[in-house]
Ligand binder design. Structure first.
Ligand code: SF4
Length: 341
């Protein structure tokens, strides 16, 4: 069994995942990587396997539709210094590196991750932290990337300590694919590096299908929650991966069982070469309505859209109350407080 991360056409072909020519052609345009754990989870006899679909390059990625753009959520327009995106007054994004353990074929930052830009250098790192220190309105720092848990433990510890020392930063939220993609990295050293004395850490785990929650992933999640770190679930709605109510139900139930609160179900951003993953908003709203009757509130994420151009996130329904009529979970309409009309 291959224990190396798959990075080339030869690697993917040797693992029985796609053909070498396709992988290498796509890899000329976008970063490619799949960890051995995720490669092991693919059911080779299933041509529509939802794990393979997320990580095995596909020639359709080389087709760009008119709505797609290199910077779909407008990071660039809101970046005052390298490594910082400051869109809302009370929170900002800190991107200390642009490397990931895997490269998702639908990534919203696919034009930047895995390329020549790697980690912030020392001067950029200091400038980014100085920006956070200078902006006392910043209550929450969201560390994303790339995947911040790819930082060497010493650098991770240094980053957490620096943020912990900024009095107005109350919340540090770290977004990562590592717990499902490369859970062995969640070792004692990493968990120790994540500890904060004063501020509160939240960890958002990116997971799109129940099968990503493999036994090693579950062990890593347990270790994180035993360390007192609250976990959120972040899911992208993807054609052929999780575009069925029963698939989302299974995923969100599994998250909750593993102490992850489903947080966002993201409408796919207009990143280049991702059209084959796109589920229309109306279909996403139908799925959310279907989920309402299937699972309790603790299993319900917010269906969310990042407005193209950098205008922030908004929930996109479905709406249940309109013009005094409220719909129940079975789709039946009722007057809301008719005596008050
Ligand atoms: S882990 Fe996140 S940043 Fe990295 S490729 Fe996947 S979606 Fe993009």
């Amino acid at each position: 069994m291959n224990r190396r991360t798959l990075r080339s056409g030869e690697d993917f072909a040797a693992a029985g995942l796609g053909d070498a020519v396709t992988v290498d052609r796509v890899a000329e345009r976008y970063a490619v990587a799949m960890t051995p754990l995720l490669a092991d989870l693919v059911e080779r006899e299933d041509p529509a396997d939802p794990i393979a679909r997320q990580f095995v390059p596909d020639l359709r990625e080389l087709e760009i539709s008119p709505a797609e753009r290199a910077d779909p959520i407008g990071d660039h327009a809101f970046s005052p210094v390298k490594g910082i995106v400051h869109r809302y007054p009370d929170r900002l994004l800190f991107t200390p590196l642009l490397h990931c353990p895997v490269y998702c074929r639908f990534c919203f930052r696919r034009e930047r991750v895995g390329g020549a830009e790697k980690m912030l250098d020392d001067a950029e790192w200091s400038a980014a932290l100085d920006y956070i220190r200078a902006h006392e309105e910043v209550w929450e720092v969201v560390i994303t990337g790339g995947d911040p848990l790819m930082l060497p433990p010493a650098r991770l510890r240094q980053m957490m300590a620096a943020l912990d020392a900024i009095p107005h930063v109350q919340i540090v939220r770290l977004h990562s694919r590592i717990p499902v993609a490369d859970p062995d990295r969640i070792d004692e050293e990493t968990i120790a590096a994540l500890s904060l004395e004063r501020a509160t850490l939240w960890l958002a785990v990116h997971c799109n299908h129940q099968r990503e929650l493999s036994p090693p992933a579950i062990a890593a999640l347990r270790a994180l929650s035993r360390a007192g770190i609250p976990l959120l679930g972040q899911t992208v709605l993807l054609r052929g991966v999780n575009d069925k109510a029963e698939t989302l139900e299974a995923l969100f139930r599994a998250m909750v069982v593993n102490r992850i609160k489903p947080y966002y179900l993201h409408q796919l951003d207009f990143a280049t070469g991702t059209e084959h993953f796109r589920v229309p908003v109306e279909e996403g709203q139908r799925l959310m309505r279907d989920l309402r009757g299937r699972v309790s509130g603790v299993c319900q994420p917010t269906y969310i859209l990042d407005i193209p151009g950098g205008h922030g996130k908004v929930p996109i329904g479905p709406a249940y109350l309109q013009d005094g009529i409220v719909m129940d979970w079975q789709g039946d309409a009722h007057d809301y407080a008719p005596d008050l009309n």
